[in-house]
Design a binder for this molecule. Structure first.
Ligand SMILES: [Zn+2]
Length: 136
C-alpha cells in the first residue's frame, strides 16, 4: 500500500480490497430491500461469501468494484502508476477467485448475478436488471 494515503483513504482502500460493506454494496442492498426482498449477508458457508443471499430463491448477488475485480469497463482497465506489478497480480488474483466462486456456486445449484460498481451510474437500468434476476 502506498504511504501517500490518509488513514481514512487507507481504510476505504482496505474495505475495497476485502470487498465488504462498500458503498456500491450498500447501494445495491438498499435498492433490493426497497423492492421488498429480504436477504442474508456474506454467508460464510458459501463459496466467495456472496454479498447478498436469497436462500429460498436459490440466488446470490455479488457487488464488485470495477477496479479491484477487473471489470471490462474503463474503470476496470485503469493501470496504477505505482506498484503496478503488485496491483496487477492482486487484481488478477481477485478475478480468478471470482470465477472460481461463481463456478462453485452454480455447481451447488445457485443462480449468480454480479453487479458492477459502474452499473450504479444508471440506477433505473440496474433496478430492472435486479428485478429480472430475482423474479425469474
Ligand atoms: Zn465497471
Amino acid at each position: 500500500m502506498a504511504d501517500v494515503l490518509t488513514p481514512e483513504q487507507r481504510s476505504r482502500c482496505m474495505a475495497a480490497i476485502k470487498g465488504r460493506n462498500t458503498k456500491p454494496e450498500l447501494a445495491v442492498r438498499r435498492m433490493v430491500h426497497a423492492m421488498g426482498y429480504r436477504f442474508r449477508l456474506h454467508r460464510k458457508d458459501l463459496p466467495g461469501k456472496p454479498d447478498l443471499v436469497f436462500p429460498r430463491l436459490g440466488k446470490v448477488i455479488f457487488v464488485h468494484g470495477c477496479f479491484w475485480h477487473m471489470h471490462t469497463c474503463r474503470y476496470g482497465k485503469v493501470k496504477p502508476k505505482t506498484n503496478a506489478a503488485f496491483w496487477q497480480a492482486k487484481r488478477e488474483g481477485n478475478r480468478a477467485r471470482d470465477r472460481r466462486h461463481v463456478r462453485d456456486l452454480r455447481r451447488e445449484g445457485w443462480e449468480v448475478l454480479t453487479v458492477w460498481e459502474c452499473q450504479l451510474r444508471d440506477p433505473e437500468k440496474l433496478e430492472r436488471k435486479l428485478r429480472t434476476f430475482l423474479r425469474k
